[in-house]
Structure formats: C-alpha cells, structure tokens
Write a protein that binds this ligand. Structure first.
Ligand SMILES: Cc1cc2nc3c(=O)[nH]c(=O)nc-3n(C[C@H](O)[C@H](O)[C@H](O)COP(=O)(O)OP(=O)(O)OC[C@H]3O[C@@H](n4cnc5c(N)ncnc54)[C@H](O)[C@@H]3O)c2cc1C
Length: 378
C-alpha cells in the first residue's frame, strides 16, 4: 500500500483546496511545493472571493460553492473575514443599463441597485458623482491572502493531518512514484496544480491549452485619516471587464464609451478593485498584460492609471502608496480553467483566468469526486 492516497503538487490555493477536499473524504494527503512557502498568485491577489461578476455558467456556480467553503474554513482555521459584499459604483448611464440587466439574470439574486447615499452607508468616502447608482452584492468575502494562505496550510496540517513538503521541486509524476529533487514519494494518485508553470511537469499536455501568462500591478494605499469600509469597491471599468457583466448584450454601449473615454486604462486592462485590510490600508489594483514571459517591471504610468480611477471614485485626500508588487497568473484564449487527465490516477488542474481564489474550493471538490468517485465526507 502506498504511503499516501494523494500527492498534490503546488501549495497555492488550488493545491490546498484539493488537499482539503481529499482530506474531508478521509484520504491521506501530501502537498509538495518547490518554494519555501507559497509565493505565487495565491498570496499576491486581493483575497477577494468574488461571486457577482464571474462568468455565467460553471464559473459563477463554482464561485458560489467556493465562497461557502471559504466561509466555513475561515471560521474553523481562524482566518479573519475582513469584508463582506461589494459596492460597484457606476457613474455612466450605460453602466446603469448593465446593472439593470445583471439584476434580471439568475446571477442578480440577492443583489440590488443602490442610490449614492445608500452606497455611502457601506463606503462613506465614495464620491457622489462616481456613484450615480451602485450595484450592491452581498455574496463576496475578503481575506488577507498573505496571512490566510499560511494559516490555511497550518490548519490543514494540524486539523486534517495533511503532510507538507516545502522547498522540494517535483520532477516527475507517475503514481505510485512521485519524483522530487530530494527523492521519491509513494502516492496512489496525484493532482498537479502548478499555477503558471507550464514547463516543469507535463509540458506537452499543458501546451495543448495554449496557455500564456497575465501580469498584474498591485498597490497598497494608506489613507491620511482612519476610514472604515464595509465592502469592497469597484467601478464602471469593472462592469466593462468582468465577464458576468460585460458579456451581457446590454454592456456593448458601456464598453464603447469606456474605450473612447478611458482608452489608456482599457488598453492596459485596468479596472478598479479596492479592498480594505485590518490595519486600515487598502489593497488596490489592477492591470492586465499578457505574454508567455511577462517582463518583471512595474510601470509608473500603469500605477497612475489605477490611482486615477481610485481618486475618481473615492474621496481620500492625502492617500499614499506604501507598497507595490506584481503578480502573474495562467491565462488561456478560450477557457477559464482546465482539468487534464494524463492517466487514470493523475489530474492536472489549472485556472486560466483571474478567479482562482474565488473558485478553487469548488474545483477541488469536483476533481476529488472525479478521481475517487462521488461520495460524502468520510
Ligand atoms: C495580482 C493578482 C490578483 C488577483 N486577484 C484575484 C481576485 O481578486 N479573485 C480571484 O479569485 N483570483 C484572483 N487572482 C487569481 C488567483 O490568485 C489565481 O487564480 C490563483 O491564486 C491560482 O492558484 P494556484 O494554486 O493555481 O497557483 P499559485 O498560487 O501560483 O500556486 C502554484 C504553486 O505551484 C508550485 N509549483 C509549480 N510547479 C511545481 C513543481 N514542479 N514542483 C513543486 N511545486 C511547484 C509553485 O511553487 C506555486 O507555489 C489574482 C491573481 C493575481 C496575480
């Protein structure tokens, strides 16, 4: 009998989600990561578990499930949920048409349209002229990823008996033998969650999905005076970018207007997400640039486009930028994720869009049911 039922490659959110789903089924699990601690997209993102705005269909459905698992796990693992819900401030009449259309879909359930005044009850510093109306969604939660991911890792080890090996690159996966830089691990099955590494394991299979990378610029902004937001904040640019909104037919005129009036922001894939942290600072982003190997350099012009939208929407004079960083995630031309099956006992799972934090727990349950058969928790 192998030492482990399952070896998971990658200790990002996708790897951890698979480890949890398997452990809940009573499986003996080991997670292996080449870095000393998770350092990829999963700790560089907003920690914004987003439901509204995800693409209609399985993405939106898995995000709803994943949000519920996040809420359970956060409670059990002592991860603080810092914000709940979203206020998407809309200044253009074309945006109101998108909000109205969204509210008529099944995805609008539980969401509603707010006046500027009502929106300010959630986000007091919202500029009135930036929110002629706003979309309110109660579905989102926000955690601090750089703290939540290590805490989730510890909890999986302590409460679920998941073994972790960090600083150990996996070189080959052929159960029952998992070959690492330090030796071999004995596991019946394996799930490879490599994030945006398309070359270390199964490169010939991953290349069939024509993956590339998306580079994002992120900022931590500190307000001059203490302020308190109850929800995350987005703006018209988000309606023009998140597929759950911008694929609605009613979004065509908004996209034309944004392309004409904010051409630079649109060309750089800029939209606004603002999430507040426990110390009162904000994680603010972001931009999107696609390349097989994106350059590692942060552009001041791109940061300024993000900050211009921040200032257009929020009245926070004297705010300062305290931190800047870059993240990358996997991207593919025609899909938001893939699960590949190199053999009966191996799966490769990659989220190829910016929604892995919001969907991983749902995907993890799906893969484990596929690999071990449907069934409840052990
Ligand atoms: C700036 C930014 C903002 C984002 N915002 C959001 C958001 O608001 N909401 C949302 O839902 N998503 C967001 N995302 C996307 C989300 O973060 C990703 O989809 C998700 O983190 C991907 O998780 P992962 O586990 O697949 O990848 P990663 O977190 O990159 O983890 C992959 C891990 O695999 C390991 N690995 C790879 N190959 C090997 C090997 N051969 N051996 C050992 N280890 C290996 C790596 O070391 C790494 O730790 C954002 C991403 C970024 C970068």
């Amino acid at each position: 009998m192998a030492a482990y039922d399952l070896a998971v490659v990658g200790a990002g959110i996708l790897g951890l989600a698979h480890a949890l789903a398997a452990a809940r089924r009573g499986k003996k699990v080991i997670v292996i990561d080449r870095d000393a601690q998770a350092n990829g997209a999963s700790v560089r993102n907003f920690g914004f578990v987003t439901v509204s705005g995800q693409q209609a269909g399985d993405c939106w459905k898995l995000a709803r499930r994943a949000r519920d698992v996040w809420a359970e796990v956060a409670r059990a693992a002592g991860i603080e949920v810092l914000l709940r819900g979203l206020v998407l401030a809309a200044r253009h009449p074309e945006s109101e048409a998108v909000i109205d259309a969204f509210l008529r879909t099944e995805m609008g359930e539980g969401c509603r349209k707010l006046t500027a005044h009502e929106a300010q009850a959630h986000v007091p510093q919202l500029r009135t002229d930036a929110a002629k109306v706003a979309l309110y969604s109660p579905h989102e939660i926000r955690v601090e990823s750089r703290e939540a991911i290590p805490r989730l890792t510890r909890w999986l080890a302590e409460e679920w008996g998941v073994a972790f090996r960090f600083g150990e690159a996996v070189k080959a996966v052929a159960p029952p033998v998992i070959e690492t830089a330090s030796g071999t691990i004995d596991a019946e099955t394996a799930i490879v969650c490599p994030g945006d590494d398309f070359v270390s394991l199964f490169p010939e299979r991953i290349s069939r999905y024509q993956p590339t990378r998306c580079k994002l610029q992120m900022l931590r902004v500190v307000p001059a005076m203490p302020v308190s937001f109850r929800t995350a904040v987005m703006s018209d640019l988000g309606l023009g970018r998140y597929l759950g909104y911008c694929e609605l037919p009613e979004a065509e005129s908004l996209k034309k207007r944004l392309d004409a009036e904010q051409a630079e922001a649109r060309a750089n894939g800029v939209h606004l997400i603002v999430t507040q942290s426990a110390d009162g600072s904000f994680v603010v982003g972001d931009s999107h640039h696609y390349a097989p190997t994106p350059d590692p350099f942060g552009s001041t012009e791109v940061d300024n486009l993000i900050l211009e939208e921040f200032d257009r929407v929020l009245d926070l004079p004297g705010r300062a930028v305290r931190e800047r960083w870059i993240g990358t995630y996997a991207s593919a031309p025609d899909r938001w994720r893939f699960t590949d099956r190199p053999s009966e006992d191996v799966r490769i799972v990659v989220v190829t869009a910016g929604c892995g934090a919001s969907t991983a727990f749902g995907i993890g349950e799906e893969t484990i049911a596929d690999l071990f058969g449907p069934g409840g928790a052990a």
